[in-house]
Write a protein that binds this ligand. Sequence first.
Ligand SMILES: [Zn+2]
Length: 294
Amino acid sequence: MRNKDRFEFPVQPTQQAQPTQPVQPTQPTQPVQQAQPTQQAQNIYTPPTDVVKLPSRGRFYPEGHPLHKVEEVEVYFMTTKEEDILVSTSYNKQGIVFDKLVESLLVKKTIKARTLLPGDKSAILINARKNAYDNEYKFSILCDRCFVENNVIIDLDKIDAKEDNRDGVEFTERGTFVTQLPKSKASVEVKLLTGADEAEIVKGAEQKAKHNLPETVATDRLRHIIVSINNNEDILAIGDFVSRMPIADSRHVTKKYNQVLPDVDFTYEISCEECDQGNKGVVPVLADFFWPNE
Ligand SMILES: [Zn+2]
């Protein structure tokens, strides 16, 4: 397995790099001793990288996005630099810790975390956690039936993307999908929301609340994700259609959206140690995801 091979990295990074680093001829004439070590360290230490398979397979990024049709990304392993990001009070306050972490880890710096699909971001974070500590992520849950605490251990190496389901949808070249509505029979084209899109919707809702305007979360969301109706891309026409949409149609759009939405399969299933009851759910990403208490 590729990951296993790459785990060897901490053993001898400096030794590997040394032969390719001939002694600088300028060294004897260089009186400034202080500048030497850092410069040399920079040259010698090439941070190891790993490859993350994107659940989206680059499918839902528009043309011009650095991940358009890109199936995997190269990432660095976590270092003290990333540890600084994780504990940054400023980033934590702004709620951008994971965005900053992801951007720091990505080798290709043109990729902005805000423009990633949530599932792709999760895949990068899970990979970082795995490479920084180990494959095992432990947490505990209370049994649904007897409420006894059960320990769950997840092997992060076995986390895959959820299955691809194209039932009733057609993918387009520009990263959207098209589906036919059951009631109005209209053909709608839908795009997936990035972190930035989600933030915009939340901001809009907050503005409305501030001005005591009625909440329109469902329609706002549909307006954001629908990019055309029967090939008509006019924003006003879409807005008009959305506000008069039969509920069966809007539910269909949401259902297809969730069906298509790429993500990591971060679910678990265990039998209770006490009563044998089957328990399943989504793996909680708690604060200690990046701080395992050993
Ligand atoms: Zn139980």
